[in-house]
Every structure is written in structure tokens, then in C-alpha cells.
Ligand binder design. Structure first.
Ligand code: ADP
Length: 257
């Protein structure tokens, strides 16, 4: 694979107590920087703006109203990019922030602008770090502005950049036949070649308290990837060096191909 999109969920970059997992961020920056040095093109899709904002503002709970959440996300996105920029810089890399809204799906001009931005960043050897534009995209305007979640966003980023592989890092080893957090005898799917209605029923509801999508949005993303004849691996982001193993083709997590 030459061009790789990596998506990390909030649960991967935050500790359960609500503080930032600096080790993870640093390791992620190390791995992606090393892949760049190997000649790969990498794009990072990172969640966590609200989580990091809550932490940075030392709030005791997630704010209730959408405008409050947007304000917190604004602070959190800045702080998150600041951290990424520092860590990537220490490994010799330059990052560029890309904030996206759903209009890139609806409007061809927006889509083309987004494609051109990614191309230029990659040509210049810059690592794009992507998130949804929380200022514009709110739950209420779902159909107009919002991707819904970064799982879907990452699949669309993979599509418009014609990426060879989407690596989705979560707090779980892959896609199981039932939620392993509730049922210890759950069995991991090593490979999935089609997203059927039956699979969606196995995905259950919402995931962790931090994550928003749970498994079902990961399957929606996988479906999008398969439709575009690309590949996606869902794996545990506990140790970001797992990305090296995935790219080497080792059997890790769930491969959607
Ligand atoms: P992230 O923050 O990485 O996006 P989420 O919390 O949104 O992660 O989604 C991952 C969670 O999905 C798992 O921790 C698990 O609780 C839940 N889940 C539900 N059904 C399944 C399943 N069939 N296989 C694996 N995980 C599942």
C-alpha cells in the first residue's frame, strides 16, 4: 500500500479518566512519521476535539447544549492539533489541519476543492490531520452538514484521496459476532467480504462512553470502503505500532476486503 488513512477514536487518545493519553499520541506520531520516511503517504483522521476540550478547560462533565459542545470542541481541536504538531515535529514532520463538512458529498465543487487540498498537502510531504468541522456541522442539521461520525468521515476521506487502505483504530481488537465487552465468548471475524444486514445486527448499539459510533458506524464505513473496492482493517489502537504489522500484511484485527 502506498496511501494510507488512519482513523483514531476518542477512546484511543483519551484515558478513561478524561485526560489525554500522551503516550498514544506520541507513538501514533512516531509510527506515521516512520511510514512517511518509508515513502508512504499518510492521512490521519482524529476524533477527540470535545474530549480534549473538556480536559483542557478542566470541566467536570460533558456540556449539555450543542453550542457549548461546539465551543469546547473549538478549544479542544486547537489543543489537539497543538499536541499533534509538536509530536510530529519531533519526528521531522509537518502537519496540516483539514476540517470537513458534509457538503463535500453533496456539492461537486466542494468535493473537488477537498481533493485538491489533500493532493497538494501530500505532494508537499505534509501529513493531513482531518476532523469534522464542529463549528458548522451540528446534529440538528444532520443531512446538510454532518457526516455523523468520524468512522464515516474516514471512509469518505479514503474514497476522495483514493487511499489503498483505511486503518481504523479502536478500543477493541476487531469486529466480533457479538460485543465482547458483554459476552466473553464472542468470536473475532478475521475477514469480512460483504456487509450484510445480518452483520449489522451483530454490531449492537453505541460503544464506549467516549466513542460515539460503536460498531455499526464502523460497518457503514467498511461498506463504503468495499463499494469503492478498497480495503479497511479494524484493529486495537492500544499500541499504535500495530500499524506496522497491519501494513506488513500480518493477520491482525478484522480485514474488510
Ligand atoms: P471508537 O471510540 O474507537 O470509535 P466505539 O466505542 O465507538 O470506538 O466503538 C467500539 C465499541 O463497539 C467496542 O468497545 C464495543 O463495546 C462495541 N461493540 C458493539 N458490538 C460489537 C461487536 N460485534 N464487535 C466489537 N465491538 C462491538
Amino acid at each position: 500500500c502506498k496511501r494510507i488513512v488512519v482513523k483514531v477514536g476518542t477512546s484511543t487518545i483519551m484515558y478513561p479518566n478524561g485526560t489525554i493519553n500522551l503516550q498514544r499520541l506520541e507513538k501514533l506520531a512516531f509510527v506515521l512519521s516512520d511510514l512517511k520516511n518509508q515513502g508512504k503517504e499518510v492521512i490521519l483522521v482524529s476524533s477527540g476535539a470535545v474530549g480534549v476540550g473538556i480536559s483542557h478547560l478542566q470541566l467536570t462533565e460533558r456540556p449539555k447544549t450543542i453550542p457549548e459542545q461546539q465551543a469546547v470542541a473549538s478549544v479542544g481541536q486547537t489543543e489537539l492539533m497543538n499536541l499533534y504538531s509538536k509530536f510530529f515535529h519531533s519526528y521531522g514532520q509537518i502537519v496540516g489541519q483539514v476540517l470537513m463538512t458534509r457538503d463535500i458529498i453533496e456539492f461537486p465543487t466542494s468535493r473537488l476543492n477537498a481533493i485538491n487540498t489533500f493532493e497538494q498537502l501530500l505532494i508537499k510531504g505534509i501529513i493531513p490531520i482531518v476532523n469534522e468541522n464542529d463549528t458548522v456541522a451540528v446534529e440538528e442539521l444532520d443531512h446538510l452538514t454532518k457526516f455523523g461520525d468520524n468512522d464515516r468521515l474516514s471512509a469518505i476521506v479514503a474514497e476522495i484521496t483514493a487511499a489503498d487502505l483505511l486503518i481504523m483504530l479502536s478500543d477493541i481488537n476487531g469486529f466480533y459476532n457479538k460485543n465482547p465487552n458483554d459476552e466473553p465468548d464472542a468470536v473475532l471475524f478475521h475477514e469480512v467480504h460483504a456487509i450484510t444486514d445480518e452483520l449489522y445486527t451483530l454490531a449492537g448499539g453505541k460503544g464506549s462512553s467516549y466513542g460515539t459510533g460503536g460498531m455499526s458506524t464502523k460497518l457503514i464505513a467498511a461498506n463504503h470502503i468495499l463499494k469503492n473496492s478498497s480495503q479497511m482493517v479494524l484493529a486495537n489502537g492500544e499500541d499504535p505500532t500495530i500499524i506496522f504489522d497491519i501494513i506488513e500484511g500480518k493477520e491482525i484485527g478484522t480485514l474488510f476486503s
